[in-house]
Write a protein that binds this ligand. Sequence first.
Ligand code: HEC
Length: 500
Amino acid sequence: MWSLRSWRRAAGTRLSRGRGGQIPAEVGAPAFWPASAGGGIRILAVAIVAVLCATAIAAQESAPSYYRDVWPVIQMRCQGCHQPAQLGGELNLTSFDGLAAGGMSGPAFVAGKPDESRMLQMLRGEIEPAMPMRAEPLAEAEIAAISDWIAAGAADDTPEEMRLGVATGPIVYHQPPVITAVAYSADGEWLAVSGNREVLLHRRSKIGSGDSLVARFSSVSERIQGLAFLRNGRLIATGGTPARFGEIQIWDVEDRKLRVSNMLCHDTLFGLAVSPDERRLAIGCADHTVRIHQATSGRELLRMNHHENWVLGVVFGGDGRRIVSVGRDRAAKLIDASSGAFIENVNLLRGELAAIVRNPRIEAVVIGGEDRVPYYYRMDRTRKMLIADDSTLVREFERQDGEIFALAVDPRGDRLAVGGAAATVPIYDLETGERTATASGHAAGIYTMAFDPTGAELATAGFDGRLRLYRAGDGELLQEFVPVPLEGELRGETTAGGAP
Ligand code: HEC
């Protein structure tokens, strides 16, 4: 029933938690995504709007609810700075229990007494620093809803199945997780891999020895869809929780600390790109926007609204002045990255697009998606655009055995790897279009790939939860491993209560 594609979006389902033990092994994320992603999503969108309207009406009529009125606001506006990896005021706002426990100054609220509740005083700016810190205050209606909820007794009505919160202990895996993002550091020393609600940091030279895993960066986001190391020692992770929030995380690799968590957009973020000078990040959102953020602070610089559907991939041009974004509206859009102005569609519309990479040497991109063909386009036109003009198309590569989900080009711009619903990854000579190698071994779809900084090695991963490292020249498999500790391998370590 579940297509690989819906799995890709629902990655992070086989999740369970270390402590507590009552969390079911299969959790709810897939419920948001219908099996067929196409028309289904549109119907779903209508359904979501209907539900939102219905809840808004119900909210006026029924008693205040933590889960309905307060929690969505906290998730979006507060938990970035109040989560285990970054505990502002020693207050953890990733679950009701954390809110109830209070912070370093004591309780965050006094049930029945909104005016005596620190949280409300801070939201109203009566106590410094005002919350959310260094950001727009909450809307009047949001503050009123929180006040009403405290006045009514501050009960926790979170449904049992939604009590996921954030890991309070290490995440325990019973099966390899679906992998949606992988990245090498510029010196080739580190390999970052997405897990469930965390990023795993492996030392490349130790892979194969069994103790390559050196750190686990746990997060509030269920899924990590984008990873990138910066030369300044930061690791960017983008993702989110479906139908809730998107998140940009900025980690310090050396001291393993979360420096920034910025919540934006009401859905998972896709397609992370870093500008050539590493000062800006571009991301695609399910709300059809492309956003540019500062790479140091995570602050938003620009928001563009040229797509008509989810944006799944973004790249910067060589000088950082332009970006090309692709998405489910089938368009590859060339956009001015400083003004946000739309320049033109690079491609002729065919199927939905899921991936894009740029040739690092020239202003040209490869795009791919639903119709299984990688298309190689120049970003600049040599003549005026005509109707149904495809004159910027340099080449079509071989049609693949399945939809394309991921593309990678090595740092020299020599090789192109194509991954997707097919279990094998063909590697092509980017300029001639000739297939030079085939990387095989995966049992199912591939969602993420990266070349190492030398271009000699290709990392691939996806549905089967195993990371594979290949020699890019001939496709020989060098290493294959599950990048997370599986339960059973954990003996000797504390799993505090264990999983069910
Ligand atoms: C940009 C980061 C940031 C955001 C966003 C943020 N906080 Fe805070 N919060 C902090 C920091 C840092 C402190 C500690 C401040 C201090 O006492 O100096 C704090 C303190 C608090 C405290 C007092 C904790 C204690 O016991 O001292 C409460 C209550 C609080 N925040 C609630 C919220 C709520 C509610 C939101 C969302 C509406 C929010 N915060 C959003 C950073 C943030």
